[in-house]
Design a protein around this ligand. Structure first.
Ligand SMILES: Cc1cc2c(cc1C)N(C[C@H](O)[C@H](O)[C@H](O)COP(=O)(O)O)c1[nH]c(=O)[nH]c(=O)c1N2
Length: 238
């Protein structure tokens, strides 16, 4: 343990770097640059993803690195169809606003990555998955987040596209039975990382106050720990 890191904490500079990645990570759709991501950088991102926690150490993920433009164009066509369907959920001004949002960068980014969940991995009895079988999907999401944060530290933007028919996507990617697409991601360097989520900047939805989301000994009960309540109120707005 080093002198400036009691209780095995990181140094102040290291902590700063980690929190920077967390607070400055963005979902990127509009700011992709076409230049390729060097193989060493992409390899580091995949390694970060592979070091995510997983239920029973199941490691249910696989990573499909998708470069072929023709395949990506077919995936984007599926997006366009699904997005038109999604737009029908809105009326009037909200519908107009929805149609103006750019919600994918499938062809603008130099590479796409599909992170899948192999529900069969580790056999029928995975430690920790007996009562909550969905834990494999949640584990896969943690791999996504590891990659997303590491990418921010590397200056690489990531955009998650979920406006896709999972059955069609699985077919296009030749996924075997029992393997599901969890995250379809667009990756590339960017012209800028926005200061706030694009949906907030576009006036679609704002970040909720954290103080309203932290409860005490039960839903809706106030925090017993007064010091924590005060500390939450004292946080700098982000
Ligand atoms: C599971 C999941 C699925 C999606 C997303 C995220 C996640 C976690 N997001 C990105 C989402 O809109 C974004 O994370 C929030 O708006 C917050 O912005 P930042 O990520 O903080 O920039 C997203 N964005 C988008 O433009 N098209 C999409 O289909 C999706 N799908």
């Amino acid at each position: 343990m080093s002198k400036d890191s009691p209780h095995a904490a990181f140094s102040a500079a290291e902590r700063h770097g980690l929190y920077r990645a967390i607070f400055e990570r963005r979902d990127v759709r509009s700011q992709f640059l076409p230049e390729p991501i060097p193989a060493e950088v992409l390899a580091r991102l995949l390694q970060a993803a592979h070091h995510a926690p997983s239920v029973g150490f199941m490691q249910p993920w696989d990573f499909l690195v998708i470069e072929n433009r023709e395949l990506r164009a077919r995936i984007q066509a599926g997006y366009a169809r699904e997005n038109a369907r999604a737009a029908e959920n809105y009326r009037g001004e909200r519908a107009e606003r929805y149609r103006r949002l750019k919600l994918e960068g499938i062809l603008d980014s130099p590479v796409n990555l599909c992170i899948t969940c192999d529900r069969r991995r580790g056999g029928p009895h995975v430690l920790g998955r007996n009562s909550m079988p969905e834990m494999d999907r949640f584990s896969t999401c943690l791999a996504v987040q590891n990659l997303w944060l590491a990418a921010r530290a590397e200056g690489v933007g990531v955009g998650w596209v979920s406006i896709l028919d999972p059955v069609e996507l699985a077919e296009l990617l030749g996924l075997p039975e029992g393997v599901e697409p969890v995250a379809y991601l667009c990756l590339g360097y960017v012209s800028e990382f926005l200061d706030e989520p694009e949906l907030a900047a576009e006036g679609w939805r704002q970040r909720l106050p954290l103080t309203e989301l932290v409860h005490g000994d039960g839903w809706g009960r106030p925090l017993e720990a007064e010091a924590l309540a005060l500390a939450l109120e004292g946080l700098e707005p982000r």
